[in-house]
Structure formats: C-alpha cells, structure tokens
Design a binder for this molecule. Structure first.
Ligand SMILES: Cc1cc2nc3c(=O)[nH]c(=O)nc-3n(C[C@H](O)[C@H](O)[C@H](O)COP(=O)(O)O)c2cc1C
Length: 133
C-alpha cells in the first residue's frame, strides 16, 4: 500500500528529509504551495541535483498571478474569483520590494480589470522593458 506523508512540508529540503527519514512513496504539500507556488519545481530540481533554485523572477510571478486570476474568475465568477485570489498575493509577491503596499492596493479591487492594470504597472516599475534606441 503506498504511503503518502503530509503536514508542515514547506521547503524542498523538508521533502528530502521526509523521504529519507520515512521511506514514504510520496509527499503532499498544502500551505507550502500557497506560500510558495514554485515549491514543486524547486523540489523536483533539488531532489534531482541537490541544488536550490532561486525564487521565480518578477515577470514569472506576475504572469502566473494573472493566469491564476483569469482562472479564478472563470471558475468562481468575477467577484468571488477576485476575493478568493486575495489570499494568494502574499505568496506570489513574497520577498519583492514594497510588497505590503502593493498587496493593500490590490486588496481594494472587486473586479479583475483594475487588478490586471495594476499588475502591469507594477511590472513596468520593477522590471522595465528595454526601450527601443
Ligand atoms: C487551501 C487549502 C485547502 C484545503 N482543503 C482541504 C480539504 O478540502 N479537505 C481536507 O481534508 N483537507 C484540506 N486541506 C488540508 C490539507 O489537505 C493538509 O492536510 C493540511 O493543509 C496539512 O498539510 P500542509 O502542512 O502541507 O498544509 C486544505 C489545505 C489548504 C492549505
């Protein structure tokens, strides 16, 4: 019978420790993935190479947040989808400059369009596209 371990697995290193100490077949990650949506990619890489990948770039985070918002609205409807997303801002934007201010700004919206606009502005501010010469 396959044995799956879960509970308090928050990092790639935790996964390796759990596999080594229990000999389980699989692990499940709950809150660790809400706080760090890249934990699966980081864990697969860490288990294969022993190397810890850096956190995702600003562009990747904002891209995935946009996709998450789009799907959340499609699945739950505009208002509920936008409100549901609020609990994910901290994880997606973790460690970036001025996170708490940006999160507060995003929290005030109940429609998706201004969030998309705000994320575009945020991206331009922190990761400006090269201007043509
Ligand atoms: C967003 C979220 C939703 C969850 N929904 C359920 C659920 O519907 N049923 C359930 O039995 N456990 C649910 N859990 C509990 C998880 O399955 C897991 O047992 C718990 O979060 C402990 O693992 P963790 O430390 O990796 O978060 C949920 C956890 C999270 C974070």
């Amino acid at each position: 019978m396959p044995v799956i371990v879960n509970g308090d697995i928050m990092t790639a290193e935790n996964v390796r420790e759990v596999f080594a100490s229990t000999g389980c077949d699989a692990v499940m990650i709950g809150r660790g993935a809400v706080l760090n949506p890249w934990i699966f990619r980081q864990t697969k890489h860490f288990l294969a190479t022993g190397e810890l990948l850096p956190d995702a770039s600003i562009e990747e985070r904002v891209d995935l947040l946009r996709e998450h918002l789009r799907l959340s609205v499609e699945y739950k409807g505009e208002r509920a989808g936008v409100i549901e997303l609020r609990k994910h801002y901290s994880g997606f934007l973790r460690g970036l400059p001025h996170v708490s201010r940006i999160r507060m700004e995003l929290m005030q919206f109940t429609e998706a369009a201004p969030i998309f606009e705000h994320l575009t502005k945020f991206l331009e501010l922190y990761s400006p596209r090269p201007q043509p010469a």
